[in-house]
Design a protein around this ligand. Structure first.
Ligand SMILES: Nc1ccn([C@@H]2O[C@H](COP(=O)(O)OP(=O)(O)OP(=O)(O)O)[C@@H](O)[C@H]2O)c(=O)n1
Ligand SMILES: C[C@](O)(CO)[C@H](O)COP(=O)(O)O
Length: 432
């Protein structure tokens, strides 16, 4: 029998987002293709340590959350409850919604959408020993105490300072006891705590609160600029884990987009084909010389039909375009779009019915308007397709190859065997 305590993730989303200043609560704003609350939900849903999720939502918006839950298939969500008029009031309501049975409770600001799974793992592990756990990071700013006259009263010892994040995690009986005492204290409303650890520290000072290392990425979307910062953080490429390439043995990999064998794409394609075959993959190379032109959907679709099923399809990087757009010929522009953005769309559309594993879109090095607009289009396509195809279990990634076909080939194979999806990876950084 499993003797471990159940772990319940509580998403605190009961605020109105006054400081962001939109008409709807900030947790419903889209960042990187999903609402902020859905990013947080997805992290808790995917965490193997989490058994159940309870959402506290701004009154009047609970149905919006229920729609998100139903559409995204978030099966761990057991309740969507109206939040209170303050963060602590929302926590109090969450505690009321949890049953009598002892469990671990992880209280998380829904507006921290970049929470890393590692933090949940470490928190739940820490709860095996400690009754209260917080997540915190060192302060990189010097922190001072101001006087009422707006001058410096004291400069605090930075080596002892930490910035508190969430989730804040407790044994249910402990956080409930702390809140019962707070609610019974007539002084609490006049001096409310800004977080749940503050309530435990004030009302159960004998309970030590263990600290788990947080993350600079785990930001709280508080001000309008944080929306832009969060968007950029979501775009930071994840590191490509070095995988066991023996896993490629017997897998069918289709490479498309190769131009002349002697050209840039030819070198990238040949290196990748050689490396994949060396690890036992069954490699099909569909070349322009063989009549497959990525700018022509029909030729790509027919070639992929002829191959049948594929574990992975790779659009191999063509030659990069450079130079001044104003001087480029119509032919150059058509070629850049045809082998770049249009080629990626055609390969993705034609590959989908045959794909079992993943699609990898390579982008060659280049510069200037033609190259950068094409690369941005392929990056956007990667992120959008990864979301669209996630429910079918198909991963989509993009690799900016850099100049070295060897590095590009090795990074490509590691991406194919990884769990990564929606990533735009730079081989110049990650592959070297
Ligand atoms: N009555 C409240 C207030 C806040 N929160 C939640 O607590 C987290 C952190 O709060 P904060 O960033 O202050 O959110 P808001 O209260 O919405 O922001 P603001 O103070 O700008 O209105 C958020 O996920 C927020 O939805 C909550 O559950 N219930
Ligand atoms: C809980 C918290 O995120 C820890 O840093 C913070 O105290 C919440 O403050 P807010 O004013 O409710 O955003």
């Amino acid at each position: 029998m499993d003797s471990r305590l159940r772990s319940v993730g509580v998403l605190l989303a009961g605020g109105v987002g006054q400081r962001v200043g939109r008409d709807t609560p900030k947790q419903l704003i889209e960042v990187a293709g999903r609402t902020i609350i859905e990013h947080s939900l997805a992290v808790f849903e995917a965490a193997p340590e989490i058994d159940e999720i309870v959402v506290l939502m701004t009154p009047g918006y609970a149905d919006r959350v229920r729609e998100i839950v139903a559409r995204g298939g978030y099966r761990k969500v057991s309740k969507v409850v109206d939040g209170g008029s303050s963060r602590t009031e929302s926590t109090w309501r969450a505690l009321a919604a949890l049953g009598a049975e002892e469990c671990n409770v992880l209280l998380h600001d829904a507006v921290r959408p970049l929470l890393e799974p590692r933090i949940i793992t470490e928190c739940v592990r820490a709860l095996e020993i400690h009754e209260a756990v917080n997540v915190a990071i060192p302060s990189s700013d010097t922190v001072l105490v101001a006087t009422p006259e707006e001058s410096i009263g004291e400069v605090l010892d930075r080596s002892r300072l930490r910035r508190s994040q969430t989730p804040q995690c407790f044994r249910l009986s402990v956080i409930r006891e702390a809140y019962e005492r707070a609610m019974a204290d007539p002084g609490f409303a006049g001096l409310p705590a800004t977080d749940d650890c503050g309530v435990v520290l004030r009302y159960l000072p004998e309970v030590p609160i263990h600290l788990v290392q947080g993350s600079e990425r785990n930001i709280k979307v508080t001000h309008p600029a944080d929306l832009h910062i969060a968007e950029l953080l979501f775009r930071l490429p994840a590191p490509v884990p070095p995988g066991d390439r023996a896993a490629l043995a017997g897998q069918v990999i289709v490479l498309l987009g190769e131009a002349e064998p002697a050209g840039e794409a030819g070198r990238h394609g040949s290196e990748l084909a050689r490396e994949a075959a060396r690890h036992g993959a069954v490699v099909h190379v569909l070349t322009r010389a063989g009549g497959v032109r990525v700018e022509d959907f029909g030729s790509v679709a027919k070639a992929l039909d002829d191959v049948g099923g594929a574990d992975h399809v790779v659009l191999v990087a063509g030659g990069g375009h450079a130079g001044d757009l104003a001087r480029a010929s119509g032919e150059t522009v058509a070629d850049a779009v045809g082998t770049g953005h249009l080629g990626a769309l055609n390969v993705a559309r034609a590959a989908r019915p045959h794909l079992r594993g993943s699609l990898l879109l390579q982008v060659p090095p280049g510069s200037g308007a033609l190259h950068e607009s094409g690369a941005a289009a392929v990056a956007g396509l990667t992120r959008a397709l990864a979301r669209e195809w996630a429910s079918g279990g198909i991963r989509v990634n993009c690799l900016n190859t850099g100049a070295s076909p060897v590095v590009a080939a090795q990074t490509s194979l590691d991406i194919l065997i990884s769990d990564l999806s929606g990533q735009v990876i730079d081989a110049r950084v990650d592959g070297t």
